[in-house]
Design a protein around this ligand. Structure first.
Ligand code: ZN
Length: 260
């Protein structure tokens, strides 16, 4: 087999790095399904896993209004932070205002992609102001529905401490638009041979019969889960996508039609 010109030793080097996993839990807000979230919290504590939790600063999405608002919501988020869980800014209000898929067209709806710089800046600043008021620190952005654009990256770079975007289709993180793209490739925990894999779960909507599998996987492979994003940032902050990463993204989008 003839290797492509740019398939070089860096790829071989990548393949022998240890595989690592990240459990991402999406859509934390005061009106979430607390019974399901409590189940995940108990499981993470028992396995010793520190998940990446995407927190919506000011949720206005009716689909995420399941339980009555928890008055101690921000105490809970601070409690997660104190336990070493990684907290991400998950947009501002989780309301979709454009039909753009942005840079990663997984879903054709967005809170950010396609909006002007000043509007995106306002959303990010308002979200971070709520985090600051509540004593929450973050260096990670999670775009609702994976939809964001180059403007979002510019705003994050120019107006926040955020330097990681939890998104992208690749085997390892890479730098693009002044952000480290920490890939989020899968929605089901699975054993992998190499790469850094973020598995995204929505505790609100996880069917009951799937929780046992998640619990077993997390306990069995607990030692492979990342619990410090600073190390990941330092290790990969200058990395460029390899030929394998580019092929991964191409194949993903060839096989997946965007959800409307
Ligand atoms: Zn979301």
């Amino acid at each position: 087999m003839r290797w492509p010109f740019n398939c070089n030793l860096f790829i071989i080097n990548d393949m022998f790095k240890k595989k690592r996993y990240i459990l991402r839990l999406d859509d934390a807000c005061p009106t979430t399904n607390w019974k399901q979230w409590d189940m995940f919290e108990t499981m993470c504590d028992s396995a010793g896993i520190k998940p990446l939790v995407s927190v919506i600063p000011n949720n206005q999405d009716p689909k995420l209004m399941i339980d009555p608002p928890l008055s101690t919501f921000w105490d809970k988020v601070r409690g997660w932070q104190d336990k070493g869980w990684m907290i991400a800014l998950h947009g501002y209000d989780h309301v979709y205002v454009t039909q753009s898929g942005g840079l990663l067209p997984i879903n054709l709806k967005s809170e950010f992609a396609g909006l002007e710089y000043d509007i995106q800046k306002q959303k990010i600043e308002q979200g971070l102001a709520i985090f600051k008021e509540q004593g929450i620190n973050t260096c990670v952005f999670v775009a609702p529905s994976h939809s964001f654009d180059e403007v979002t990256c510019k705003v994050l770079h120019n107006h926040s401490q955020i330097n990681i975007i939890s998104d992208g289709m690749s085997y390892y993180p890479y730098r693009k638009y002044n952000m480290l793209w920490l890939p989020q490739q899968s929605w089901r925990l699975e054993k992998k041979w190499y790469g850094i894999w973020t598995f995204c779960y929505h505790p609100n909507t996880l069917p009951d019969d799937q929780f046992g599998y998640v619990n077993d996987f997390c306990h069995q492979y607990a030692n492979l889960f990342v619990d410090n994003l600073e190390d990941i940032y330092n290790q990969y902050q200058h990395r460029q996508p390899s030929w394998l990463d580019q092929r991964f993204e191409k194949q993903f989008f060839e096989q997946h039609e965007p959800f409307k």
